[in-house]
Design a protein around this ligand. Sequence first.
Ligand code: ZN
Length: 139
Amino acid sequence: MISPEDAKKKPTPTPDADSAELWRGLREGVLLLQHCGDCRHVQYYQQGMCRQCGSENLSHRAASGRGRVHSFSVVHRAPGPAFKDDTPYAVLLVDLEEGPRMISTYSGGGPDDVTFDMPVMLVCERIDDVTTLPRFRRA
Ligand SMILES: [Zn+2]
């Protein structure tokens, strides 16, 4: 069982061999996407092979950071004590300019600002020395 003290801390991602490069990039202010050298598929989230063709010929390139809100949902009831002060907040499904769709949260305003198809821009939010989270603001 989680202790009341730990319940007040937000969970942070644990980088693995596939995602270490993603988290390193975010610490430096860029969102890295994997580009397949064989079929040109672009993917997020990182993994060891191309989800389109199975190739391991992948390289990382920085995304432009530009995207559009495909869909969103407003969270009014915090999923745990750690998120209580954040509500209400918007969870976004963002279509990146390069193609991949990613889940994130809205930054820099209230959830009432968010609309479908709204242009957004990446914001790298530093949490601690290890973790920087990709979020989005209105472009
Ligand atoms: Zn491929």
